[in-house]
Design a binder for this molecule. Structure first.
Ligand code: SF4
Length: 351
């Protein structure tokens, strides 16, 4: 069991993060926010996949003005990502946004004070989002590379700036595009502040490499109890980000949702179609919410043990026979040809 670092709890719309609240999964749309229909459609798909907070980019006034209409049609808190323009932030607040993501250093002080006051009045939290690619010039100096120390310095500076304005309802992120800087920066920051941390590796890459990179960085931090909300950034359909985020949290037993498949890598002993079955079961169970553990094992060597711990398992017994194990008990011995059909039937009874 991972002991999480206790952070301050904050409220984003109806959802709470930080404190003892579950680590929330979030993503960002890649539609034009001003295209309300497309944006809502994408958010609905993300909700279905298990997204709990959704962020939209707000690069122009039409996007800011779309926020109210988008919010009415979705069920999860909506966050506006805004850079440089106080006017856009104020419009987003007026439209009923649930949270703002800004880099406070990007705004003139007077305008920032106005945003902070309005957010405070409307109980809208702010994510102070520090990104290695857009660090303040005076912190970077003549250096070519941004270090974790520089990122932390920028985060603390921005957090203190908000605190001086009497604003404390914050989440902080410190994103870099690689594992080592991301982990080091968050570890250092976590020692210094107790605001909830939004974890992510920015611009992580495509589905394959981005997933590995993100799992390593987020995994290292989550194992140390650091992190209150996660965003996986992939150059892909954002629904993939949600699937990856869930897998990361599920594999650390930090959250439970849907089917968790345990399947062996197959070897010379394999006597059922483990690869085919696991692919089919994965497809069959996309979108299932009930936490269910399924084991698909090629033989009895480790199969019986895994079968005992799963809600439902199929294990090759050798020859032409597969065992179906439910809650630790062998309930059926079936011919290999019927393995998928019968296993699917049993699975549908429990999911
Ligand atoms: Fe091989 Fe059996 Fe292990 Fe699967 S469970 S990899 S078939 S020994």
């Amino acid at each position: 069991m991972i002991k999480r670092k206790k952070t301050k709890a904050i409220k984003i719309g109806k959802l709470k993060i930080g404190g003892d609240f579950p680590i929330a999964i979030q993503s960002m749309t890649n539609t034009k926010t001003s295209d309300i229909e497309k944006t809502v459609k994408q958010i609905k798909r993300l909700e279905e996949a298990g997204c709990e907070i959704i962020r939209v980019g707000v690069p122009d006034l039409n996007s800011a003005k779309a926020i109210g209409k988008i919010k009415k049609q979705i069920n999860i808190p909506l966050v506006a990502d805004i850079h440089f323009s106080a006017a856009l932030a104020i419009e987003a607040i007026n439209q009923g946004i649930d949270k703002l993501r800004i880099n406070p250093g990007n705004f003139p002080k007077q305008e920032l004070a106005k945003i902070a006051a309005l957010c405070k009045k409307n109980k809208i939290p702010i994510r102070v989002g520090i990104n290695s690619g857009s660090l303040e010039k005076d912190i970077l100096g003549k250096n070519k590379f941004v270090t974790p120390e520089m990122m932390v310095k920028s985060a603390i500076r921005n957090v203190r700036l908000m605190e001086k304005m009497g604003f404390y309802d914050m989440v902080v992120s410190l994103k870099a595009p690689d594992v080592l800087r991301t982990v080091k920066a968050y570890e250092m920051l976590s020692e210094k502040i107790d605001y909830p941390l939004h974890l992510g590796v920015t611009e992580a890459g495509g589905e394959f490499s981005g997933t590995i990179k993100t799992a390593m960085a987020l995994g290292s931090l989550l194992l140390k109890g650091i992190g209150d909300t996660v965003r996986v950034s992939l150059t892909s359909d954002p629904v993939e980000e949600i699937r990856v985020a869930w897998e990361i949290l599920k594999s650390l037993d930090l959250r439970q949702r849907g089917v968790k498949i345990v399947s062996c890598p197959t070897c010379a002993r394999t006597s059922i179609d483990v690869i085919g079955l696991s692919k089919k079961i994965e497809e069959l169970t996309v979108g299932i919410k009930k936490p269910t553990k399924v084991a698909i094992m090629g033989c009895v060597v480790n199969g019986l043990g895994e079968g005992r711990e799963a809600d439902l398992a199929i294990v090759g017994e050798g020859g032409n026979i597969a065992l179906i194990i439910k809650k630790g008990k062998i309930i059926n011995k079936i011919a290999k040809e019927k393995e998928f059909e019968i296993f699917k039937k049993e699975l549908k009874k429990i999911i």
